[in-house]
Design a protein around this ligand. Structure first.
Ligand SMILES: [Ca+2]
Length: 297
């Protein structure tokens, strides 16, 4: 069944929560009943280190893996961003910046100006879908949806839909490492998928020193690692996807001023620029994007 639809208890017993709880859509269980989407009772500032619970106890010894490096963001440049964009995916491709937006009736894919965030090209999603993460494979843009079990394939130049992939469970983040697709679903697991068929090749559980890291959200494949926003936190984790080990934790707090935080949602959106070897970060409804590098604390 869809992951975690009935999971109303706090935190890590849930493997995939109803994350966008400002929506009031009805959710359907595998038994055909529907439940109203409920605001999760999660802490709004979960620390990655404290994310363990009895249900998520590490099976491996904490000493089995190295302690992740602690990093912070160093801002190179602050840029504009449309504060009505509910950012679910952000990625550079051939010099252009692509953004996916979520929320029903507001979802779509776009090319946005990488300096002021304004929309250069836009394709709305059918109103019944809630857009999620995106990535590019060749001339195709693949876009996840949150609860519909469908990924849409778009021609990158024309934004014409060329196909659909079906999958089980929720869709959150997506990136392509040049060989395989990596997808998150809100849990601590990432699925590694065939870019041609979307078939799952393998699954990896992401752990910080042996402890599972749930709520993996927007993804970015860069520099031989996978970077993931951790939902409801200002942390980005750097993951060795061959093992699932978190190799670094990046503290991205403090980017927005107190005034700018008014009305915004969580940090979500990582795009790596190979040209400048920098990352561009933003969040849902954020008024700004930040070109950053990751540096030691
Ligand atoms: Ca991304």
């Amino acid at each position: 069944m869809g992951i975690g639809l009935l999971c109303l208890i706090p935190i890590m017993a849930c493997s995939g929560p109803a994350k966008n709880a400002t929506q009031s859509s009805s959710l359907h269980t595998s038994s055909g009943t529907s439940v109203e989407e409920v605001e999760p009772t999660y802490s709004s500032n979960i620390e990655v280190e404290s994310s363990a619970s009895p249900s998520a106890s590490p099976s491996a010894s904490p000493s089995a893996t190295a302690t992740p490096t602690r990093l912070r963001v160093k801002v190179i440049e602050k840029r504009g961003h449309t504060n009505s964009a509910f950012t679910q995916g952000l990625e550079f491709h051939e010099g252009e910046l692509y953004e996916s937006r979520g929320r029903k009736t507001e979802s779509g894919i776009s090319v946005i100006d990488q300096h002021d965030g304004s929309v250069v090209r836009w394709m709305p999603l059918n109103d019944k879908y809630f857009g999620e993460g995106i990535t590019m494979v060749g001339d195709s843009l693949i876009q996840l949806t949150w609860m519909a079990g469908k990924a849409f394939i778009w021609d990158i130049k024309t934004f014409t839909q060329t196909g659909t992939f079906d999958y089980d469970g929720q869709g959150w983040g997506l990136c392509f490492d040049g060989t395989a697709l990596i997808m998150s679903n809100g849990s601590s697991s990432l699925t590694i998928r065939d870019p041609e068929t979307f078939a799952i090749q393998r699954e990896v559980t992401v752990k910080n020193s042996g402890t599972e890291v749930p709520f993996l959200n927007e993804l970015e494949c860069a520099k031989g690692r996978v970077y993931a926003n951790v939902w409801q936190t200002n942390n980005i984790v750097e993951i060795d996807v061959s093992t699932g080990d978190v190799t670094a934790i990046i503290d991205a707090s403090g980017l927005l001023s107190d005034e700018e935080k008014d009305g915004v949602d969580v940090l979500n959106g990582i795009a790596y620029s190979q040209t400048s070897d920098t990352f561009l970060l933003t969040g849902k409804l954020w008024p700004a994007m930040f070109e950053v590098t990751f540096v030691p604390m």
